[in-house]
Design a protein around this ligand. Structure first.
Ligand SMILES: Cc1cc2nc3c(=O)[nH]c(=O)nc-3n(C[C@H](O)[C@H](O)[C@H](O)COP(=O)(O)OP(=O)(O)OC[C@H]3O[C@@H](n4cnc5c(N)ncnc54)[C@H](O)[C@@H]3O)c2cc1C
Ligand code: SF4
Ligand code: SF4
Ligand code: SF4
Length: 402
């Protein structure tokens, strides 16, 4: 039976939980806010299936893509709503229009990130946009297997380790399955995300009461939207946006928007402070997930093909299999041939894991005492000179002098 001795040996894909014939594995949250499998040994029959389906124990070989392009959606509204060039939506629309089902990551009612499925075009909207929090797979692999056995076409999207987990879970290839993953920097802790949301919401509501000249209660507000990749300023200078609305009246709302350098959650994420331990030793770099298609941001486009850079979002689209190529050929996207080496150069997360920062331990020890905002602010603070420079820059901007 599966036993996690070192945290980096589990990427949290849920394959073992869903494959166990005795249903004696459950996911439990650890002190860092990540889920790990726990076996009820009194029910276990030692069949070994949990180990057989684990993508960390059974890693595939690295390989190179069949083709690489710079690609984007023609629809400007979809492109704006997407994190990079909106290619995921085109793939999903194609599969749904042909009667298939699409799986992806969305927010639930508590703003936790979960995997779910849809077979409608409108349903794709919830999956659009990157959510920089580890999603819960739940029973999506079981549902996928049922649909595949019924002959339905399925497009499953997720992180590379989730795709590797699905493939191990299925234990055989299905002609009607197509998988697409993202170039993955790593996933932040769901527990830290919930702490951040709670503290940030309270902070913004408290600030808001000075605008409305009366104290607010926290339960007077509810979150109506969150975007990790708001292109309000531009694609490269993306922002984090949290929109709050009054629960009892219409018309009053608060919108908190900060660039990724200013927002505390994004600062902690990009400093790798609270990524899952497996992300520092990722089992699926170098396209080891076995996905048919891999999508990422085409970082570095301004150096490689400057004429394509309109700063509104562009994907690098890596096709890994013939099945992936057939789907990509059938969509109506703007595409330009690109070079794999250029993608790696500007997007090292494709082939290299993030390094564990020395401050990670300090973050998790400070979190219960000082809270998420204070701890992250302290550990990711810019040097004094840079802060002065930013303050001058912001003042000039406010005065309209920049
Ligand atoms: C955690 C994470 C880390 C990433 N790191 C990088 C990186 O280092 N470099 C890079 O170039 N690109 C990275 N990406 C991918 C990038 O942000 C875009 O998602 C990708 O380029 C696809 O963009 P799009 O415009 O086609 O579609 P979009 O509509 O923006 O993408 C949505 C897709 O992402 C999936 N998704 C969203 N959130 C999650 C989640 N939490 N878990 C699993 N799947 C999710 C959806 O299911 C859907 O398939 C990352 C994405 C995620 C989720
Ligand atoms: S060995 Fe078999 S029964 Fe035991 S936990 Fe693993 S899958 Fe379940
Ligand atoms: S990586 Fe997946 S299959 Fe392996 S132990 Fe973790 S949750 Fe189970
Ligand atoms: S970095 Fe690797 S282990 Fe971490 S979420 Fe991404 S694919 Fe999974």
């Amino acid at each position: 039976m599966i036993e996690i001795k070192d945290k980096e040996d589990c990427c949290g894909c849920w394959a073992c939980v869903q494959r166990c014939p005795k249903q004696c594995i459950s996911m439990k949250e650890d002190e860092e806010g990540f889920l790990y499998p726990h076996v009820d040994s009194t029910q276990c029959v030692n069949c070994g299936l949990c180990k057989k389906v684990c993508p960390v124990i059974n890693q595939a070989h690295p390989h190179e893509p069949l083709s690489v392009t710079a690609a984007r959606n023609i629809d400007e509204i979809i492109r704006r709503q997407s994190s990079s060039g909106g290619i995921f939506t085109l793939l999903a629309e194609k599969v749904i229009k042909e009667g298939g089902v699409v799986f992806g990551a969305r927010f639930n009612d508590h703003w936790e990130v979960v995997h779910d499925s849809t077979d409608t075009i409108e349903g794709i909207a919830a999956f659009r946009g990157s959510k920089y929090v580890q999603s819960s797979t739940g029973d999506c692999f079981i549902k996928t297997e049922q649909l595949l056995k019924q002959g339905r076409r399925v497009l499953y999207s997720g992180t590379p380790c989730q795709i590797a987990g699905l493939k191990r879970f299925l234990q055989r290839d299905y002609d009607n399955l197509i998988t697409t993953d993202v170039i993955c920097h790593g996933v932040p802790s769901p527990g830290v995300w919930q702490k951040y949301l709670s503290e940030e919401t309270a902070h913004q509501i408290n600030k808001g009461r000075f605008v409305y000249f009366r104290p607010f209660r926290k339960d007077e507000f509810r979150i109506i939207n969150i975007s990790f990749r708001d292109k309000y300023t531009s694609w490269k200078q993306y922002s984090f946006t949290l929109s709050l609305s009054k629960t009892n009246e219409c018309g009053e709302s608060l919108c908190y928007r900060r660039t990724r350098e200013e927002n505390i959650f994004m600062r902690g994420f990009t400093s790798d402070l609270y990524l899952r331990p497996s992300c520092y030793q990722c089992p699926t770099k170098e396209l080891k997930s076995g996905s048919d298609i891999t999508i990422g941001d085409f970082w570095g486009i301004e150096h490689i093909m400057p004429h394509l850079d309109d700063d509104r979002g562009l994907c690098c689209l890596l096709v890994n299999t013939e099945r992936g190529q057939a789907l990509v050929n059938s969509i109506d996207a703007v595409q330009h041939e690109a070079n794999y080496k250029d993608i790696i150069r500007y997007n090292p997360s494709l082939v290299r894991s993030s390094e564990i920062p020395s401050k990670r331990m300090e973050f998790f020890s400070g979190l219960p005492k000082y809270g998420m905002l204070r701890t992250t602010e302290r550990l990711t603070r810019n040097p004094f000179i840079l802060r002065c420079k930013n303050a001058i820059h912001n003042s000039l901007k406010k005065l309209g002098l920049r």
